[in-house]
Design a binder for this molecule. Structure first.
Ligand code: GLN
Length: 200
């Protein structure tokens, strides 16, 4: 079974572990480099992006994650994880891992949207629309040429993929719907079969 690491420095780790298990994966917590070495794929959950970037540097996990992703390890960032994986953050000098060629804006949907659930059409997942939960969510302001746009909310990008890197600004681990988790599991299977291009 595919061993999926969930970065467990801060954030909603338990919810992702439970959802990945229900979707048929073999998830476990990643806190250090030895854990990372056991992982076939990595999820960076929701949380607080500046805190997690500091903890990634302190635990010396930042470079090894970048190296593994460049070598083809599938990665999925949700909300804070999308910010950490992005190339850069609009209007802020915030360091990131630069794993997917997008510019994100933090807390972008406004104060009235601190937490909201919307019916989000995601053509790659088919019908019905996905009940997507957004919590102080980022949106995507710039897409690199190789980035596939999988979903938009109010004309703003909220789900993208580039090679083996997936990013969602909402929280599929908080819904009962497992389709995004299954989509990521399929990405892992495809990458192991050599079908997916690796992220540049
Ligand atoms: N607002 C958080 C940040 O900018 C992300 C929120 C989340 O992950 N739910 O880091």
């Amino acid at each position: 079974m595919t061993r999926i690491g969930v970065l467990a420095l801060q954030g909603d780790v338990e919810e992702h572990i439970a959802a990945l298990r229900r979707a048929g994966g073999d998830p476990f917590e990643v806190r250090n480099c030895a854990d990372l070495a056991q992982a076939d794929a990595l999820v960076i959950p929701g949380g607080e992006s500046t805190t997690v970037m500091k903890l990634l540097t302190r635990s010396a996990l930042d470079r090894p994650i970048v190296e593994r992703v460049h070598a083809g390890m599938p990665l999925w960032g949700t909300c804070m994880g999308m910010i950490v994986a992005a190339r850069d953050v609009a209007g802020l000098e915030q360091s990131t891992l630069d794993l997917i060629d997008i510019t994100v804006r933090r807390n972008a949907f406004g104060r009235q949207n601190e937490s909201v659930e919307v019916e989000l059409p995601i053509p790659a997942l088919g019908e019905p629309p996905f009940r997507a939960i957004f919590i102080r969510a980022p949106w995507i302001e710039r897409y690199g040429p190789k980035v596939e746009r999988l979903a938009e909310r109010n004309g703003r990008g909220v789900m993208v993929r580039e090679g083996s890197v997936l990013a969602t600004s909402f929280h599929p681990e908080l819904s009962d719907d497992l389709r995004v988790h299954r989509y990521f599991l399929q990405m892992i299977v495809d990458s192991q079969a050599g079908k997916a291009p690796t992220a540049a």
